[in-house]
Design a protein around this ligand. Structure first.
Ligand SMILES: [Zn+2]
Length: 222
């Protein structure tokens, strides 16, 4: 197929990559005008307070929907915000953010209408995505009765929530995280982002003091 000049011109007007490159120049100039200190400060280093673990979904740009700025959020995103205990990538991000950047908050955030969660509720063969989604399918099996008792949209929301709780459990098993909770009060949070409204909801995930103390004791007697 040969594109006409008009097709090419129209594509360049609507292509989001080309648009993004153009808008970047405007954004950089406007930000430099409005906040002259921001870029020089960022160029000298980062001191984010938040580590964000979320889904790669294009509708979930955490810094944008938090209303924060470059430098505020250290980020790890993958398909369906799944935390595999032995995953080198997420483990390195958590270690670096907690140990060296000394973030104050670790967030695991799921979202509504998550394609990864919907896929995990089904049994389609998805190639490399199958081993990636395996922990989600395990969660589904462990909670099958509950999930089967719900309409499909509600079941997807519940599985997204269970996945966030499971992710937080994996984060809490890391020694660097337990040390930071004990030594400087690092806080962990579970959130669900509603892509249909733009609103975040906090899950009730606070461990009691006793549970955290028990984990710390177990860790330090190993
Ligand atoms: Zn997702």
């Amino acid at each position: 197929m040969t594109l006409s000049r008009t097709d090419i011109a129209r594509a360049s007007l609507t292509d989001r990559y080309a648009t993004g490159l153009r808008l970047n120049k405007e954004w950089a100039a406007q930000t430099a005008r409005n906040q002259p200190e921001l870029f020089p400060t960022l160029a000298s280093g980062q001191t984010p307070q938040i580590l964000w673990i979320g889904c790669s979904d294009s509708r979930c740009p955490e810094t944008t929907f938090l209303g924060l700025e470059p430098g505020d959020v250290f980020v790890h995103r993958n398909i369906a915000n799944v935390l595999h205990p032995g995953d080198l990538s997420s483990s390195a991000v958590i270690e670096y953010a907690v140990q060296y950047l000394r973030v104050n908050h670790v967030v695991v955030c799921g979202h509504t209408s998550c394609g990864g969660v919907a896929a995990a509720l089904g049994n389609k063969n998805l190639g490399i995505l199958d081993p990636w989604l395996f922990p989600l399918r395990q969660l589904r099996e462990r909670n099958l009765k509950l999930l089967q008792s719900m309409p499909s949209e509600e079941a997807a929301g519940k599985l997204a929530e269970l996945n966030v709780r499971e992710g937080l459990n994996i984060v809490k098993q890391k020694s660097v995280v337990l040390n930071a909770i004990r030594e400087r009060g690092l806080q962990l949070h579970g959130l669900i982002y509603d892509v249909g409204s733009g609103v975040l909801s906090e899950l009730d995930t606070e461990d009691s003091e006793e549970v955290i103390r028990a984990r710390l004791t177990a860790f330090h007697t190993e």
